[in-house]
Design a protein around this ligand. Structure first.
Ligand SMILES: [Zn+2]
Length: 388
């Protein structure tokens, strides 16, 4: 089953458990021919995790952990071929957790044991996971597609419309006939807009992209339901009989352009708010504090950002980065800590858990603007009280 945003939200809401939870991400695709690399990679990831869990486990927890490693090994032996691009697996048999999802390759390869699922790779790949809908529209026909970069398909509905052909008549008759065609086209647009809205109710999508001529698309977009208008991100020019691959690539280009503009917009807002010390903060320590307070609406960060730190295995809190705890215990709950070479994924996973939007800056130009501020910032939900 391909993972959805609802699945990720459910995984994110799992609280730390008394039993260890294994999270495994493995890329599969393009190696089906031999199958060797992929199964070896699974074996190596599990072996590495078995030798270096990275957290202290009691005797009973360790026994549960090793049973789960074996369960996962057997699962891949029997079902490893059922997944396309990549697979994400979350397992803690004693805690009643067993989830397997098809995911995009963008998640990478990771094996981690913790006391709750590691969701950072999913948060990072969200733009590749959330579906977009594409509607190719002409005056008398339409085609509808749905999916994401990994899985994209034509939705099977009949969308032809009987429209009278344009006759070569001049003058008044021509003008009247033109209106008649326009009325037909308008009815057709409304029908398609309704089909799209029904589809959205059955299979919600994040973005809507249109394909067609500027003039037709402009008229069509006016007939969209408000829920769909707010998801409409732009259009591309294309022939109605273009291939699915061409359509997916053109539409993904439109989505990416929109995402980039959205990042630039949020970065502008962040810098403005942070510089006026109002509804924004910048720099790792301040952002970590804001996340700990549940005060982050939008997290904006340089995709390359990395910094060491520690987080609590019991409550999940990232420890203050400017004043690290002196002993090995959480400053908030006294729970055991785990030190990591890179605390940034823990931070953005925690931000996602409090329903923040997380925006990764991959464009050099945007990264350079945030660099003087520590490569990370957050738009806040509420204003910080002045200290003192
Ligand atoms: Zn804690």
């Amino acid at each position: 089953m391909a993972i959805t945003r609802t699945d990720i939200e459910a995984l994110a809401s799992i609280q730390p458990q008394p039993w260890p939870v294994i999270s495994l991400y493995v890329q599969i695709a393009q190696e089906h021919v031999t199958d060797d690399h992929y199964s070896i990679r699974v074996k190596n990831l599990l072996k590495q995790l078995s030798e270096q869990p990275g957290i202290a486990l009691s005797h009973e927890q360790d026994a549960a952990f090793r049973e789960d490693l074996e369960r996962i090994r057997l699962f891949f032996r029997d079902h490893g071929d059922d997944y396309g691009d990549a697979v994400a697996l979350f397992c803690s048999s004693r805690a009643g957790i067993w989830h397997v999802y098809g995911v995009p390759r963008a998640v990478g390869n990771h094996a981690v044991v913790d006391f709750r699922p590691m969701i950072a790779p999913l948060v990072h790949a969200l733009d590749h996971i959330e579906p977009f809908c594409v509607c190719l529209i002409a005056r008398d026909r339409a085609r509808i597609f749905l999916g994401n970069v990994s899985e994209f398909r034509e939705v099977a509905v009949r969308l032809d419309q009987q429209v009278p052909g344009q006759h070569d008549q001049g003058g008044w008759a021509q003008a009247r006939f033109q209106r008649h065609i326009d009325e037909h086209a308008r009815q057709h647009f409304k029908t398609i807009a309704n089909v799209l809205f029904e589809l959205f109710n059955q299979e919600p999508f994040r973005f809507l992209v249109a394909g067609g001529t500027d003039e037709v698309v402009a008229a069509f977009v006016e007939t969209l339901h408000p829920y769909l208008s707010e998801r409409y991100v732009g259009h591309f020019n294309c022939e109605l009989d273009a291939s699915v691959k061409e359509i997916k690539e053109a539409a993904w280009g439109v989505v990416q352009d929109w995402l980039q503009r959205d990042k630039a917009r949020n970065l502008d807002l962040l810098l403005e708010e942070a510089l006026s010390q109002d509804m924004g903060v910048v720099g790792l320590p301040a952002v970590a504090d804001a996340i700990q307070m549940g005060n982050v609406l939008t997290l904006v960060l340089d995709d390359r950002l990395s910094a060491p730190g520690a987080y609590c295995l019991a409550c999940g809190a990232v420890q203050p980065l400017d004043q690290p705890p002196e002993d090995e215990h959480c400053v908030y709950c006294q729970g055991a800590l785990r030190k990591v070479a890179n605390i940034v994924p823990v931070l953005y996973a925690n931000a996602y858990r409090q329903s923040a939007s997380v925006l990764f800056l991959t464009e050099r130009e945007l990264q350079m603007r945030l660099e003087p501020h520590g490569g990370i910032g957050a738009l806040l939900r509420y204003r910080l009280e002045a200290e003192g």
